[in-house]
Design a protein around this ligand. Structure first.
Ligand code: ZN
Length: 413
C-alpha cells in the first residue's frame, strides 16, 4: 500500500520519502530521526566552490542538509577539473557557484541553495554568514582566512577550516565550544611571498577530496552537537604515506584581538591590507625588483634572435621544466639555487658563456612561470655572485608573459 502525504507519520518531521532516502543514515545511532531532522533544518555556508568546497558540498547535500550557501567569485577553468568534481567539461567558463548549484540540485531536488557569485569581502561577509548555522572555509588564501575567522567570531559561528597542498592536508574547527580561533594561533599573517597555493605549488586532486569530505563530516557533527568534533585539535593528513595525525592546538588566547577578553577588533577590517596579499591568486604578483633590473619577454625574444650570448636561467621546479621550457634555457630550481650546489651549477654556465663571448660583463636572464620566483632569484644571485661581473635581470611575468606576448603556441599551465 502506498501512502500519500496525508497518511504520513506525524510523530516526527521527516516525511516518508525522506525516511526512505536517508534510512541507512537514520539507523546509525549517532544520527537517528532527531539528527536527520536537525540536518534537514540546518544550513551550511561554504566559502569556495573549488577543491575542498565541491566534495564538502556534495556530501553535505547527500546527507540531507536543507540549505547550502556557496560563495565564489570565480569561473570554472579546465585546470580545475582534476579536483573540483562538481564541475564538468560543460561547465568551463560558467560561474563556479552556478555550476556547483546545478550539480547539487541534480543530486537532491529538495535542496535549497543560495548562490553568492562574488568575493567574500568585509562589506558583505557578516550579512551572508548570519544566515547560516555553520561555516566551511574552503578558500585558498590568507586574506579570506582572516576575514572569515573574524566574521565567524563576531557572528558566533563555528568555522570548519580545511586546506590542502600537494600531498598534504589539514583540518580543524575554530571558534567552537571555547576552543581557539584562527587568530589565537596565528595572530600575524605570514609574509605574502612565503605563502604557497595550489596554483603555484600544485595539489593531487584526491587530497582536497579527502579533506573536503572530512569538512562535511565535521560540519555535520557540529550541527548534531556530537562530542567528537575536531575543536581544539588539528588533523594532519599526509597523502604520501597515507597517515592521519591529530595534534592538540594551543587553547584560546585570552589576549586574542578578536576573541580574547578585551578584543580590539569589533568589526571587520581591510584584510588585503592586513595580509599584504589579495584573495585572488591570479594577480598575486610581487614586485621585488626595480624596472632596470628586469626585461620583458619580448626583449628576451629579441635577444634570443641576436648574437648576444647570455645565460637563460629557468628557476622553476624540475617537474615544471619538464612540462615546457624555452630553448637553451638551463634549469636550476630556486630551492637549489639557494644552495652551494645550485650556485656552482649557475657559475659553470656563466663560465661556459664567458669562453664564447667577447663581452666582459655576462648577462643572466632569470625566468620562471609568472615572474615571482625569478625576482627572488635575481635578488639572491646578486648578493651571492657579486664578485663576478654580471648583469642579472629577471624576465617580467615569466613564461605566462612569453605565451601572451611572444608565442601563443607555448603551453600555459
Ligand atoms: Zn582568537
Amino acid at each position: 500500500m502506498t501512502s500519500g502525504s496525508g497518511d504520513e507519520v506525524k510523530t516526527n518531521s521527516l516525511n516518508n520519502k525522506e525516511i526512505a532516502r536517508y534510512s541507512r543514515q537514520i539507523i546509525v545511532p549517532d544520527i537517528g530521526v532527531k539528527g536527520q531532522t536537525r540536518l534537514k533544518t540546518s544550513s551550511v555556508l561554504i566559502i569556495g566552490a573549488g577543491g575542498l568546497g565541491c566534495p564538502a558540498a556534495l556530501y553535505l547535500v547527500g546527507a540531507g542538509i536543507g540549505h547550502i550557501g556557496l560563495v565564489d567569485y570565480d569561473v570554472v577553468e579546465e585546470n580545475n577539473l582534476h579536483r573540483q568534481l562538481l564541475h564538468d567539461e560543460g561547465s568551463i567558463g560558467k560561474p563556479k557557484v552556478t555550476s556547483a548549484a546545478e550539480a547539487l540540485k541534480r543530486l537532491n531536488t529538495d535542496l535549497k541553495v543560495s548562490e553568492f557569485c562574488c568575493a567574500l569581502e568585509s562589506s558583505n561577509a557578516l550579512g551572508i554568514i548570519k544566515r547560516f548555522d555553520v561555516v566551511i572555509d574552503a578558500s585558498d588564501n590568507v586574506a579570506t582566512r582572516y576575514l572569515l575567522n573574524d566574521a565567524c567570531v563576531l557572528s558566533g559561528k563555528p568555522l570548519v577550516s580545511g586546506s590542502a597542498l600537494q600531498m598534504e592536508g589539514q583540518l580543524t574547527v575554530y571558534n567552537y565550544k571555547g576552543g581557539p580561533c584562527y587568530r589565537c594561533l596565528y595572530p600575524q599573517p605570514p609574509p605574502p611571498e612565503t605563502v604557497n597555493n595550489c596554483s603555484d605549488a600544485g595539489v593531487l586532486g584526491v587530497v582536497p577530496g579527502v579533506i573536503g569530505v572530512l569538512q562535511a563530516l565535521e560540519a555535520i557533527k557540529v550541527l548534531l552537537g556530537h562530542n567528537g568534533t575536531l575543536g581544539s585539535r588539528l588533523l594532519l593528513f599526509d597523502g604520501s604515506d597515507t597517515q592521519f595525525r591529530n595534534v592538540k592546538l594551543r587553547s584560546k588566547n585570552g589576549d586574542c584581538v578578536v576573541c580574547g577578553t578585551s578584543p580590539t577588533i569589533t568589526e571587520l577590517i581591510d584584510y588585503v591590507e592586513f595580509c599584504g596579499s589579495s584573495p585572488n591568486d591570479k594577480d598575486k604578483g610581487i614586485k621585488l625588483l626595480n624596472d632596470d633590473e628586469r626585461i620583458t619577454a619580448q626583449e628576451l625574444a629579441r635577444k634570443m634572435k641576436s648574437d648576444e650570448k647570455f645565460v637563460l636561467l629557468d628557476v622553476r621546479s624540475n617537474g615544471e621544466f619538464e612540462i615546457c621550457a624555452l630553448p637553451d634555457s638551463v634549469n636550476v630550481p630556486l630551492s637549489i639555487a639557494e644552495k652551494e650546489i645550485g650556485l656552482d651549477m649557475i657559475k659553470e654556465q656563466i663560465v661556459k658563456i664567458q669562453h664564447s663571448s667577447d663581452h666582459e660583463r655576462i648577462s643572466v636572464y632569470v625566468l620562471c612561470r609568472r615572474g615571482n620566483d625569478s625576482q627572488k632569484a635575481v635578488r639572491l644571485l646578486k648578493s651571492k655572485l657579486q664578485d663576478l661581473s654580471l648583469n642579472i635581470k629577471d624576465v617580467k611575468g615569466g613564461l605566462h608573459s612569453w605565451t601572451h606576448t611572444v608565442d601563443d603556441t607555448f603551453p600555459i599551465y
